[in-house]
Design a binder for this molecule. Sequence first.
Ligand SMILES: [Mg+2]
Length: 292
Amino acid sequence: MSALLAFISARGKMRGFKGKMVKESNPSVRLVVFDWAGTVVDFGCQGPAKAFVDGFAQVGVPVTMEEARGPMGLAKKEHIRQMLSMHSISSRWNEMKGRGWTESDVDEIYRWVTPMQIEAAGRLGRPIDGVLECVEYLRRRGVKIAGTTGYFQEAADAARAEAASFGYRPDVSVCADEVPAGRPAPWMLFRVMEKTGCYPATRVIKIGDTKADIEEGLNAGAFSVGIIDSSNAMGLSTESFQSLEPEVLEEKRNHIQNDFLRSGAHATIRNLAELPGLLEHDYPRWLESMTR
Ligand SMILES: [Mg+2]
């Protein structure tokens, strides 16, 4: 490349010239992968949490919503194991049952939880406000869209069908039981990359609402982003969220953001309306640092 061409190319990258350079430098993302509950549907991730509370109640060991939310994002059976392994729940279990929990208890709770998860996934499958606009924004830029989820197949199908009826149709969606292991393993992300033909992983943005989501993105080598307002950690319905006092809202947002960043998130957004800014600023800077 001549010195002049190199100079023009560098300026193009810096200033985001219209035309070819803009396409090349901004945005260079090829695929955005969204988690489902707590990210694009089910504001506050109400469905899965409530199903775990009700499932544990069926076997005679009460758990709180906060305990149920702890391992959110993992495949559902693994989620049950992680809950049973929590100190608070395992001692409650021992006290009430007179013995420790076993793998057959995991199976029994899973049997109770399964139909509840399917019902909730369908009932709460309507896209969160701003999702459809965000998808349209990405599609206009030629970015592909995919989904990954800790839901098992039937619950994922229920969410997918309901979301599709409102117009949210990712190009590809993969659930935890379609791969050897769910989050934090990167297999679901690799599968959607394969199915959409998008690579390398640095051209993929993963957006999710839990620590497990962030780790999935990191383990795949993608740009990993935490979404705050609709998250499992915020844990509020749209109405309760909207009625928060500004200072309380700010404090909660800061707390959740710090947790995401501690988990290694490359960036956080409050909601999907902030995605364009992320694509304009944070992501290109990260990509440049990765390819330098
Ligand atoms: Mg989620």
